[in-house]
Design a protein around this ligand. Structure first.
Ligand code: SF4
Ligand code: SF4
Length: 412
């Protein structure tokens, strides 16, 4: 029993996940690759330690069930486990290097949900974040009515070429789902403008939801808030009722949520693309051409949620290769070994300093390529990396990939 009198329930973990706890051989391979361990160097934060603590807690909490017997864990064990479970960016690197191929992130997320329900997690800052997100419908503590202000800002600055229409008016087959970061964050909302400009330029019949666009609520799932399911059902119903054929999202967090998490909850009657995949598709279909050269060496940061979580490695690299003048130089850690920038999984709100250090580490890896530019197609990775540039005192210039694509098309 926890301090709240509730029990950490086993039913959040599948039989396969419970068995996987015994499959960990404690070989330590995950430790070498974990971006949090690189910065914290404490055994507690390693995946193998999380698994060890989880087993201990489950045995103590569920004596007699599933043949598990053990002593009730002390508060110190629970506190250490909670901190290590939540100070993790869910980057999925441990899964890729684990010889037993343990499905670690799914294990972390299901355990977080069990912890949430038992009152053992999340960390206080993450709890506040979830409460605000559910109250406001977005994580920026802003009114949803302001979600489309990127349009006015873009039209006023001349960076948005056309006023995008609401999909509820034009009933277009393609929904451009921008996500909260690319809508509300004034330092990032140029991503929405570039996305809309590229779609208009290519002649795509698309629309946006504007103030009716809800958060994807993916962070609730990452942090383990069980209300995620109800929010997901609401979004799936809303979007299915639009009758669209295709959803294009500018955010890799939204992409993972639609593609992986919603898929387990309900049927979505539309194809799902990340913006980088869709730009690549438009280019391969001859609907856009990259003609304006951008001269220089560039390195590419694979967002965990697109790369390791969804296998999207080639589409963004094809865009870079197609832009005349750009020369791609890879970082040592790329594709499935790309080092996480630290922004995901609720780590940023749990420990902002640690997230910033993770971004600085990644920037230093980018600098080692001797590239002049760093790019990524994820607004959240962009925000983490761009926010750490000053601390890293980096000479690199960072661009969101949609900006490079738009510039080379000759849009702005
Ligand atoms: S790499 Fe896999 S088996 Fe080895 S310690 Fe880590 S989780 Fe356990
Ligand atoms: S998901 Fe990433 S941050 Fe979390 S334990 Fe695994 S390697 Fe470390």
């Amino acid at each position: 029993m926890t301090e709240t009198g509730k029990q950490l329930k086993l039913d959040k973990l599948s039989p396969r996940q419970l068995m996987s706890l015994d499959a960990c051989t404690r070989c330590g391979e995950c430790q070498k690759w974990c971006p949090v361990y690189t910065l914290e160097s404490k055994e507690d934060v390693t995946p193998r330690a999380k698994i060890k603590y989880l087993k201990k807690i489950l045995k103590g909490e569920n004596s007699g069930l599933f043949g598990l017997f053990g002593r009730k864990p002390g508060p110190e064990t629970v506190a250490r486990f909670t901190k290590s479970l939540y100070e993790c960016s869910c980057c999925n690197q441990c899964h890729f290097v684990c010889p037993a191929r343990l499905d670690t992130v799914e294990l972390w997320e299901n355990t977080r949900e069990a912890m949430y329900e038992a009152g053992m997690g999340p960390l206080p800052e993450q709890k506040t974040y979830c409460e605000n997100l559910k109250r406001d419908g977005n994580p920026f503590k802003k009114e949803q009515a302001h979600k489309a202000e990127w349009i006015e800002a873009g039209l006023a600055k001349g960076t948005l070429t056309e006023m995008p229409e609401l999909i509820t008016d034009n009933l277009a087959p393609v929904l451009l789902f921008l996500g909260c970061t690319a809508s509300f964050d004034e330092k990032i909302n140029m991503v929405s403008q570039h996305a809309a400009n590229i779609m208009s330029h290519a002649g795509v019949r698309f629309g946006i939801l504007g103030p009716e666009e809800n958060c994807c609520y993916g962070k609730l799932r990452r942090i383990g808030d069980p209300e995620f399911r109800e929010k997901a059902v609401g979004n799936i119903d809303q979007i299915n009722n639009l009758g669209i054929e295709t959803l294009v999202t500018a955010c890799s967090g939204c992409y993972k949520t639609f593609k992986n998490d919603y898929a387990r909850i309900g049927k979505q009657n539309y194809e799902i693309y990340h913006l980088a995949e869709y730009i690549d598709l438009l280019h391969r279909q001859g609907k856009i051409r990259f003609e304006v050269p951008i001269e220089g060496k560039i390195t590419y940061h694979d967002p965990c949620l697109l790369g390791r979580h969804n296998g999207i490695y080639d589409a963004p690299r094809r865009i870079i290769a197609a832009i005349p003048g750009l020369e791609l130089v890879e970082m040592d850690r790329n594709r499935q070994y790309s080092r996480c920038c630290g922004v995901g999984g609720g780590l940023k709100m749990a420990n902002h300093d640690l997230q910033e250090e993770a971004s600085v580490y990644r920037i230093k890896e980018a600098e080692a390529t001797r590239a002049e530019f760093l790019t990524t197609p994820c607004p959240t990775c962009y925000s983490g990396l761009a926010g750490a540039m000053a601390k890293a005192e980096s000479p690199l210039k960072i661009y969101h990939l949609a900006e490079l694509a738009a510039r080379s098309i000759g849009i702005n």
